[in-house]
Design a protein around this ligand. Structure first.
Ligand code: AMP
Length: 307
């Protein structure tokens, strides 16, 4: 199950500008996860302006819409952002909640059996409302959030954290949430807020997975032409939870593998504006990309040499 926004985005990067393309945290996450698992049970809200053909494309990948409410007379959530030259930082220019202001998510009866749940970026109170509707605790529940909610709904955010297994944040969000500059200390503090696992995304510098006293670091694949980083975090999350659902293995070693899969899906995402690349990749592209990651990460050093 994926819960989050389905939206229109206007994005400006040093390489171009788009005025109104499909986006939203749940859209990216669903496209990424759809390469690993089906069905995907989507919970979101859209306006009458959300294109029918986008819905059909997702449905063709076995994304269920029973939990997606459409308000015909309202506009979809709209977000606009502008990236800095390094592409790791961006400014949010506009957040128009539109239909999101009326959202009261309802988990349909036929979603109650979901074992793997991603609460993608959304108002914390709505993320919590979904958790409260689940009769049984899922096998694994991950949650994403962003600075916007830390600034406008910190109390609600702190209320949800104890109920999730893993929190996914980028480095500036980790610092903002914890008040710590060091990411190691930030992860420690966030763990004390509830989640057992913390993933800190570092854009082009990869991702860190913290669990108990263990730490795993995955690189990001150096991509010659990063066109648009929007949705990279959601694609990471969708790939991560999709892979866990596909393998049904919640061991720490499989979590590390899932971090690499998430990184691979994020690397596709940034190659084009919007979720376009995630829509067109094929299984062989994914296998090839994951092999590139393995190569990038592999090294043999005979440590006994130094002893
Ligand atoms: P990411 O780049 O992974 O942080 O995700 C960007 C996507 O999140 C965009 O497609 C936006 O539509 C969506 N988004 C932006 N701001 C918010 C917000 N405050 N809550 C939920 N989704 C958002």
């Amino acid at each position: 199950m994926i819960v989050g926004t389905m939206a229109f985005d206007a994005i400006e990067t040093p390489f171009g500008k788009v005025d109104k393309i499909i986006g939203g945290s749940a859209t990216y996450a669903a496209w990424a996860a759809s390469h690993f698992v089906s069905p995907i049970k989507q919970v979101s809200i859209i306006g009458g302006d959300f294109p029918a053909e986008e819905i059909e494309l997702l449905k063709a990948k076995d994304v269920w819409f029973d939990g997606v409410e459409q308000l015909p007379n309202d506009k979809s959530f709209f977000w606009s952002g502008k990236y800095h030259l390094d592409m790791n930082n961006r400014d949010t220019l506009i957040t128009d909640l539109n239909v999101l202001a009326k959202f009261n998510p309802k988990v349909p009866e036929n979603y109650q059996d979901c074992d793997y749940v991603m609460l993608a970026n959304l108002m914390p109170s709505l993320q919590f409302s979904v958790i409260k509707q689940l009769r049984e605790r899922p096998a694994f529940l991950i949650m994403d959030t962003m600075n916007f909610w830390m600034e406008t709904a910190m109390e609600g955010l702190l209320e949800v954290l104890p109920h999730v297994d893993l929190l996914l944040v980028n480095e500036s969000e980790a610092r903002q949430l914890s008040g710590e500059v060091s990411l190691v200390r930030a992860a420690e503090k966030i763990r004390a807020m509830g989640p057992r696992y913390i993933i800190i995304k570092k854009g082009e510098h990869g991702a860190l997975l913290f669990y108990e006293n263990q730490l795993f670091a995955a690189p990001a694949l150096p991509i010659a032409d990063v066109i648009d980083p929007t949705g990279a975090g959601d694609s990471f999350g969708g790939g991560f939870i999709g892979y866990l659902a596909r393998t049904g293995d919640l061991s720490y070693s499989n979590m590390k593998a899932a971090v690499v899969i998430g990184s691979a899906m994020a690397s596709f995402c940034v190659e084009q504006f919007g979720p376009q690349a995630l829509k067109t990749i094929q299984p062989l592209d994914i296998a090839d990309r994951v092999s590139q990651f393995l190569e990038l990460m592999s090294v043999d050093i005979e440590v006994s040499l130094f002893i």
